[in-house]
Design a protein around this ligand. Structure first.
Ligand code: SAM
Ligand code: DTB
Ligand code: SF4
Length: 324
């Protein structure tokens, strides 16, 4: 896509990231205003359609079967229940629902057939549907596209070098392969990562560099900060400082000017003023709803107050499909 750069060098990215804080925020704001209407925020709502029991070993994840965490597991949810939750999310202002399943990969068969059916039904409700179901083949992606899927979330999570410190059951290249399959099927790519896994600042910048090398840039880039969950290997990590989160968001905004930068997991516990800084730095999307997949997120009325205090406006259904 025009006006996208895919050749940011690490030195250039470091130079941006380490600018004086307010200068970096101002640079990001300028880029944001050139590409979006400031104050417009896209809202997605997560629905965990299959929770827990995942065979992977992602060190941050409460849904990995091998860690002993206090989550409520359940098999694939009924279509009617997903429809009910989707309607509720839409009524509260979400333009997209993101359906998450604790799978390593999509397997052809009854469950996948049911997911395709769910995607078809939810998208017929006039809400965008995103899925995050683990690894996916091109043929499976094509079936989801045919059912009306708008986007697929598959995070690269961290830098290529640090990845193996956190996840050993699949490789960084596996992730890139799935992203490629999604794109080939004509589905928008949602891909980002997590801050606070024990990685260095350079790892964060290399993660952003990897995302900026995707052609085109991902349509949306979730920036999560680790929600430490007891029982996972990373359960006792410190939460990421807001200054570091804002620097990462601003850098992502400058590197990927036309992408939705989503302030994702880790909002709970950040004040309205801290989140305002994230929006000033170019974040223009959030997950709403009192639960992410298994962990809490701000209450609906708290988010409503934030929108009205900050003068933020919820974005309607985007018509652009140029990010496939
Ligand atoms: N199983 C699928 C997969 O891994 O692609 C989909 C669901 S998975 C939970 C989606 C993403 O949630 C992960 O890639 C990770 O970035 C994020 N995530 C999981 N646990 C998290 C945590 N404790 N804190 C922040 N982000 C987390
Ligand atoms: C993303 O980047 N963050 C969301 C969504 N994509 C699927 C998930 C966050 C999960 C946080 C931990 C939990 O609630 O289980
Ligand atoms: Fe499984 Fe996804 Fe959690 Fe990894 S992040 S353990 S693949 S649910």
């Amino acid at each position: 896509m025009k006006n996208q750069r895919h050749d940011w060098s690490l030195d250039e990215i470091r130079d941006l990231y380490h600018r004086p804080f307010l200068e970096l925020v101002r640079l990001a704001q300028d880029v944001h205003a050139q590409n979006f209407t400031p104050g417009e925020v896209q809202v997605s709502s997560l629905i965990s359609i299959k929770t827990g029991g995942c065979p992977e070993d992602c060190g941050y994840c409460p849904q990995a079967a091998r860690y002993h965490t206090d989550i409520k597991k359940h098999p694939l949810m009924d279509k009617d229940e997903v429809l009910r939750l989707s309607r509720e999310a839409k009524a509260k202002g979400a333009s997209r629902v993101c359906l998450g399943a604790a799978w390593r990969e999509v397997r052809d068969g009854r469950d996948f057939d049911a997911v395709v059916d769910i995607v078809r039904a939810v998208s017929a409700e006039g809400v965008q549907v995103c899925c995050t179901l683990g690894m996916l083949t091109e043929a499976q992606a094509a079936r989801l596209k045919d059912a009306g899927l708008s986007a697929y979330n598959h995070n690269i999570d961290t830098s290529p070098a640090f990845y193996n410190e956190v996840i050993k059951t699949r490789t960084f290249d596996d992730r890139l392969g799935t992203i490629d399959n999604v794109r080939r099927a004509g589905i928008s790519v949602c891909s980002g990562g997590i801050l606070g896994l024990g990685e260095s600042v350079d790892d964060r910048l290399l993660m952003l560099q990897t995302l900026s090398r995707l052609r085109p840039h991902p349509e949306s880039v979730p920036i999560n900060t680790l929600v430490p969950v007891k029982g996972t290997p990373l359960g006792d990590r410190e939460t990421v400082e807001t200054e570091d989160l804002v620097r990462a968001i601003a850098t992502a905004r400058i590197l990927m000017p036309k992408s939705f930068i989503r302030l994702s997991a880790g909002r709970l516990g950040r004040s309205l003023a801290e989140q305002a800084l994230c929006f000033l730095a170019g974040a223009n999307s959030i997950f709403s709803g009192e639960k992410l997949l298994t962990t809490p997120n701000p209450e609906a009325d708290v988010d409503e107050r934030m929108f009205s205090t900050l003068g933020l406006v919820k974005l309607g259904l985007p018509s652009a499909t140029e990010y496939v």
